[in-house]
Design a binder for this molecule. Structure first.
Ligand code: MOS
Length: 736
């Protein structure tokens, strides 16, 4: 990855992560790495059928093994108050009623939990548990089932649904994307410890400790404050940690049952099955343009898979109603239940899928129109207002993203016609696409603790799933207080710290930055209160009048009415100063529409004999508002672009329709992009603050790093070869 053009901001030069040393030295602890005294191990037993009813579970043999403490099933389990009956289970909206039903919805559904002294004992004993079933016919064939499921209207319809059909230039095509799996490096794990009958401590891999706390407080009918959730280090999430999954409840039930701390770590194959995935999808896009290349109408239908016990909705058509000014729009969707577990949000959820179809269709239209794909998009962008709500955008610089990206990839070198440029057996092509995402913000809290030597610790419950949230918080605290970064410590991912939203949907920094600014102001105000006992001038000082440094407090200009922290703490008999504040969205969210956006460009080489695709170069230009930490932001976008390569070329969870089972569900069988597949990825930012978004001016940027990138690659393959590929992943067999 290279950094481009943007000069590092003041105090903002590329630098390491606050958690970097802890991560690379191994001192940073992930959920499964904690050791709790007297802890034992739990292993899940999966069903061997994909649909039916459990008639009998045989646990005797497992129970007799030395080291086995108990085996939990739906017939032998501790009481979970929030799942006491069918009505409560429904009301809990927990998803799979794990260990509370004899119904089997998918193959591998946990039907028992073995608890033993060691992982080895538990694993072996789990292999001895078996069940007798009444089997029903399972169906996991999305392609076969989806034509029978009718779509329903999504969002606001505008104009006439058939307007696209009357246009002189039109595309009418369908797009398919296979089932994809998040596969963060760290496996999901929970250590559950009942410290007393109504006090629970969890070391848990997730993207939001307060969410975990809330859900289990409800299920166990205890106050949220009685549940402590620790998720200090998270080895990647990609959306898989935004929900609380059944295995975590299984661990808590196990700990209850044997009255000991229990550790449950999912195996890699279970990671494919029990923590969600991007659903398989089918889309039809019908898009028309007039002879000047102005879009006249679009109809977008989308269907995706879901489970039989939950109706997950990915929101595929949302992006269609956001990016371009189109007078006639109709979007429709449907979910198709299969005998699989429930899918969930994954890497730019919904929009990523929708943008692949729409941005492919726009590309196709550009060739019909004989118009440059860049010019076609620039002509149709909805830059002043959200086309659906009519609200003015707070900021939207997608045009600048496109223009900058075109320059960076040398778009001017591209031949207008496809299949024109070759180097030996390699056909060369250029492609581009755009991405957009609602730039949201939630309520978040933070606290600061200051020591007499001026060292401060900034705290929040928000997790950092690898995006650099802690590092950005340190940057903002430094900007707000003037205190040197090395004196600013960060603590995150613990439910006893001030509450914050889950980290996901590109809202992390947007949500927490307001809280950090508010807390820095609270610190200034509190210190001024103490200073006022020594210097009159601090009595009526506003935060803007107060300047902090590494050593003390000043009024309006540095060293003016200076009082050292040492003196301040001593005179006021303080050992520590602590402040807490929270902040959240306000009326500006009613007034404006918010978006982050990106333009993705790539140059590919396609081997005309083997069908192999090499990404020669990728460019991502992102409007994510102000960039608080360029290195962390660029890391995130280039990581997302690698996800885009995987989506475009490799990622596909094969499902054997005969047995309703996943195939190749491990890191050898499931291909995703690795270093060798990732070329030079050039990332650049528009870096203009959105002052309505939050006090930091950031808008969030994780999702737009991938939304549109798969389309850019497929469009480049078309340009290289003249072959339009509408089904992902674009594997060599599809190219030849
Ligand atoms: Mo995500 S799908 O923003 O964790």
């Amino acid at each position: 990855m290279r950094f481009f053009e943007n000069q590092p901001l003041v105090n903002n030069a590329p630098e390491g992560r606050v958690e970097g040393v802890a991560k690379v030295t191994g001192s940073g602890k992930y959920a499964a790495e904690y050791k709790v005294a007297n802890q034992c191990y739990a292993v899940l037993v999966g069903s061997t059928i994909a649909a039916g009813t459990i008639n009998r579970i045989h646990v005797e043999e497992a129970k007799e093994l030395a080291g086995v403490l108990d085996v939990i099933t739906h017939l032998h389990k501790p009481i979970v108050p929030g799942m006491a009956d069918a009505a409560k289970i429904k009301e809990s909206r927990f998803g799979l009623p794990i260990l509370h039903t004899d119904t089997v919805y998918f193959k591998g559904q946990p039907i028992a939990v073995v608890i033993a002294e060691t992982l080895e004992d538990a694993t072996y004993a789990a292999s001895l548990v078996w069940a007798e079933y009444t089997t029903r016919e399972a169906n996991v064939n999305f392609d076969q089932l989806h034509p029978g499921v009718a779509t329903k209207a999504d969002g606001k319809e505008r104009g006439s649904v058939s307007a696209w059909a009357d246009a002189p230039y039109k595309v009418d095509a369908s797009y398919n994307i296979q089932h994809e799996v998040h596969n963060p490096m760290e496996m999901h794990a929970t250590i559950a410890h009942w410290e007393s009958a109504d006090k629970l401590k969890l070391y848990d891999k997730n993207q939001g400790v307060n969410n975990v706390q809330r859900i289990f407080a409800k299920l166990w009918n205890i106050p949220p404050a009685n549940i402590e959730v620790i998720s200090e280090f998270v080895g990647g999430g990609f959306g898989s940690g935004l929900r609380v999954w059944p295995h975590a409840l299984a661990a808590i039930m196990a700990a209850r049952q044997v009255n000991r701390p229990v550790k449950l770590v999912l195996t890699r194959p279970q990671m494919f099955l029990l923590v969600g995935y991007r659903p398989q999808s089918w889309q039809q896009v019908q898009l028309g343009a007039d002879s000047n290349g102005r879009f006249t109408g679009i109809r977008h239908q989308a269907k995706h898979s879901t489970s039989l016990y939950e109706d997950f909705n990915d929101g595929i058509t949302r992006v269609t109603r956001m990016v371009y000014q189109i007078p006639n729009v109709k979007t429709e969707s449907a979910n198709v239940p299969l005998n699989l577990s429930t899918p969930t949000w994954m890497r730019g959820p919904g929009d990523c899928t929708g943008a692949f179809a729409v941005e492919s269709a726009i590309d196709e239209l550009s060739y019909q129109l004989k118009m440059d794909p860049v010019a076609l998009r620039l002509k149709n962008l909805a830059l002043t207002q959200h086309p659906e709500s009519g609200k003015p955008w707070s900021t939207n610089f997608l045009n600048e993203c496109i223009e900058k990206g075109a320059a960076m990839i040398h778009w001017q070198d591209r031949q207008p016609q496809p299949a024109q440029q070759k180097e030996g057996d390699w056909a060369i092509g250029y492609g581009m696409a755009t991405g957009m995402w609602n730039a949201g913000r939630g309520n978040a809290g933070a606290a600061i603790k200051m020591q007499p030597d001026g060292t401060i610790t900034v705290q929040t419950a928000m997790t950092d799933i690898g995006t650099g949230t802690g590092t950005a918080m340190q940057n903002i605290t430094h900007e707000q207080t003037g205190i040197t970064k090395s004196k600013i410590k960060i603590e995150l991912g613990h439910s006893t710290l001030p509450a914050a939203p889950s980290q996901g949907g590109s809202t992390g920094l947007s949500s927490i930055s307001g809280a950090v600014v508010a807390t820095c102001n609270a610190l200034k105000q509190k210190l001024a209160g103490y200073a006022a006992t020594q210097e009159e001038v601090y009595k009526s000082a506003a935060p803007a009048d107060i300047l902090l440094s590494d050593t003390g407090i000043s009024y309006q200009t540095h060293n003016h009415h200076f009082i050292s922290y040492n003196s301040l703490f001593e005179k006021n008999h303080l050992t520590e100063v602590e402040v807490e504040a929270s902040a959240g969205p306000g009326a500006e969210r009613q007034q404006y529409a918010f978006c982050s956006s990106a333009a993705h460009f790539c140059r590919v080489k396609v081997n005309i004999k083997t069908g192999k695709v090499k990404i020669d170069k990728m460019v991502a230009v992102v409007d994510g508002g102000r960039i608080v930490n360029e290195k962390a932001a660029a890391n995130q976008v280039s990581g997302a672009a690698v996800g885009g390569i995987g989506m475009a070329l490799m990622e596909e969870q094969a499902v054997d329709h005969r047995y309703a089972s996943l195939v190749g569900n491990d890191l050898a069988g499931y291909h995703f992009a690795v270093n060798a597949d990732a070329p030079i990825i050039e990332v650049a930012f528009i870096n203009k603050p959105d002052t309505n978004s939050n006090p930091s001016g950031a808008k969030g940027l994780g999702e737009v790093g991938i939304i549109g990138s798969a389309a850019a690659i497929a469009n480049a393959i078309y340009h290289a070869t003249g072959k339009r590929l509408r089904n992902l992943p674009v594997t060599p067999d599809k190219i030849l």
